[in-house]
Write a protein that binds this ligand. Structure first.
Ligand code: GLU
Length: 596
């Protein structure tokens, strides 16, 4: 749990300016981190108490859900700097109550216009993954700053500078380090120490930040101030752009470390050319609900949507526990077989979005599921443009690519009924590990979401690097309407498990009679067209496990899957904010005026 340290003795601030992260005993107690809140006036759920509080502050001061979402995102850039921030990207989904429309912003990072399929090849061979991650090569042009500015300009009630202000204050005054922050720093220690600017910021005095100490980032506060003053032009064209380009092209690595941090390709022209995309959301009508999510370049909307289409064939609400999980797992398996074959950046591939989400295609895939036995993976993809009566193309299945496990999801609703579901990411926890000197933020490693070589020889791969291309994502920010009114919004971090987590939360809430909080807390499993299904220990302890294994499901234990958040509107107009009770150290839910 990280909390704004409200009392900042001048002497400690002076120390902090020298070493950037001071550790005063007796910093203000962090605000309580609760996983559920109910009440009026709007709601915010994120992984972090300070970030959630920043959103509530903006809602209280008359900002709407968009202003508050940007404030939460900017605050996460301070308190969750390894998973979120202006060095990364993400996808923003917005329901506007006045028009009843759902709009999206694709703020995905892009490859340089000089990149091609050989981006991650050396002597014709793919680079070792870890080498690619911690390099300038993996850094895409950041999309988060343009997303925030665009969202506030299009739909906000306040200025961009106003939305950044709470985060600027948290960066200046500091937040209290918790166990999760320390653990995530420890995970990165070996590479952070090789980059002096990263080490200076995140390993104060060469050590992990102590739990309970106050962590300040005055460089980031100054960066936010500059963005508020000058707009994101500073970052895409001005002196900040020059700093980013210099850092990507000459990663500031300690020569004594021996690390070969390959230079990247992104240059000033790439930054100047960056634009967010404003494509239509994906839409699926599922039972009594309309679900909206993000279209490619993320595979989130199409894959969650396809799985729901497959599941709509049966009565998910009526199944016993075993059949429920069995259908959930096999529908996910099928949807992943298709996403790996068909989904990539639509500017480079003709992605069959409408067909993947069509009832006809869903029916042609749903019939593969038998109540008596699990499907086996890898399963071949289908052809959404020419659905078979029942089955697949018989083509070679595409392997499941590796994806990192970082990212942060936030959900916000306001008193006017507007809703935001926004997932932002640097890709891996800690991104590329490279901090822009003097600017206080890490650069992403999003380009490692491309496949370095075709996943399966002979099968077209829509997710190879290309000039100005966006790597395929799994982010799945989702908004659900019923009768044209907002019902709930949800999403999660977790690489490709984001898709199965979002699906599981939706099924839990919409079909299985769980409240949103229960649906988020429920034990998780993730099947992504691999032989074994990843499952949390609590899932493996369920009585259904043995029956699922008898059907042929194979499980591999994994400590934790995802870190979802959500908001829901109750029939009387109150909002529920919901976050994880336990995963990732627990999330933070709040409403403007509590009324349980
Ligand atoms: N970079 C991944 C994506 O966009 C997400 C990584 C994560 O959530 O850990 O799909």
């Amino acid at each position: 749990m990280r909390a704004l340290a409200r009392i900042t003795p001048p002497i400690l601030l002076a120390t902090a300016l020298v070493c950037s992260a001071a550790g005063p005993a007796g910093a203000a107690e962090p605000p309580p981190k609760v996983p559920e809140a109910v009440g009026w006036g709007g709601a915010v759920a994120s992984v972090d108490a300070d970030a959630t509080a920043a959103g509530i502050e903006v809602l209280r001061k008359g900002g709407n859900a968009v202003d508050a979402a940007v404030a939460v995102a900017a605050a996460l850039g301070v308190t969750e700097p390894y998973s979120a921030g202006i060095g990364g990207g993400g996808y923003f989904v917005y329901y506007d109550h006045a028009t009843g429309r759902v709009s999206t912003i694709d703020g995905r990072e892009t490859a340089s216009r000089t990149a091609d399929t050989s981006l991650f090849l050396e002597d014709g061979k793919p680079l070792p993954f870890a080498d690619a991650v911690t390099s300038g090569l993996s850094v895409g042009v950041p999309g988060a700053p343009a997303t925030w500015e665009t969202a506030v300009r299009l739909w906000g009630k306040r200025s961009f500078a106003d939305a950044l202000r709470p985060a600027e204050r948290i960066a200046e005054q500091g937040f209290t380090v918790d166990r999760t922050f320390q653990d995530q720093t420890a995970l990165n220690q070996a590479r952070f120490k090789d980059f002096p600017d990263t080490a200076k910021l995140f390993l104060p005095g060469g050590a992990l930040p102590a739990v309970g100490s106050t962590f300040r980032n005055p460089d980031l506060a100054a960066t936010y101030r500059q963005l508020g003053r000058e707009g994101t032009d500073a970052l895409y064209r001005g002196d900040l752009a020059a700093d980013i380009v210099n850092t990507v092209q000459h990663p500031p690595v300690d020569p004594a470390s021996g690390r070969n941090a390959r230079p990247g390709k992104v240059d000033a022209a790439d930054l100047a050319a960056y634009r967010v995309r404003r494509q239509q959301p994906t839409h699926v009508a599922y039972r009594d609900y309309d679900l909206y999510s993000i279209a490619p370049s993320s595979s989130g909307g199409t894959t969650v949507g396809e799985a729901l289409g497959i599941l709509e064939d049966g009565e998910v609400g009526q199944y016993d526990g075993t059949q429920y999980y069995h259908h959930f797992l096999d529908a996910s398996r099928i949807a992943f077989a298709d996403r790996n074959r068909w989904v990539g950046d639509p500017a480079f591939n003709d992605v069959p979005v409408r067909e993947l989400l069509s009832e006809r295609y869903a029916a042609s895939r749903a019939c593969l599921i038998s109540p008596d036995r699990a499907l086996t993976s890898p399963l071949a993809p289908g052809d959404p443009r020419h659905p078979a009566r029942c089955g697949d193309t018989g083509a070679a299945p595409a392997a499941e690519p590796y994806e990192g496990l970082s990212t942060s999801h936030l959900t916000v609703a306001d008193r006017w009924g507007n809703v935001v579901s926004y997932t932002l990411t640097l890709e891996q926890t800690g991104g590329s590990g490279i901090t822009v000197p003097g600017r206080g933020f890490l650069l992403n490693n999003e380009l490692t979401d491309f496949n370095f070589t075709p996943l399966t020889p002979g099968v077209p791969d829509p997710n190879l690097p290309g000039p100005g291309k966006r790597p395929r994502s799994s982010l799945s920010p989702t908004i659900v309407l019923r009768d044209g009114e907002p019902l709930l919004a949800t999403g999660s971090p977790g690489g490709a498990t984001i898709i199965t987590t979002t699906l599981q939360v939706l099924l839990g809430r919409l079909d299985r009679g769980l409240s949103l909080e229960q649906a988020i807390a429920a034990p998780r499993a993730s099947q992504r067209n691999t032989a074994a299904t990843q499952a949390e220990p609590d899932f493996l302890a369920l009585p259904e496990r043995a029956r699922l294994e008898a059907l042929g499901h194979v499980f591999a234990s994994t400590p934790e899957i995802g870190a979802a958040t959500g908001v829901e509107r109750l029939p009387d107009g109150r909002w529920v904010a919901a976050a994880e009770p336990v995963r990732r150290g627990g999330g933070s839910a709040a409403v403007v005026r509590p009324a349980p």
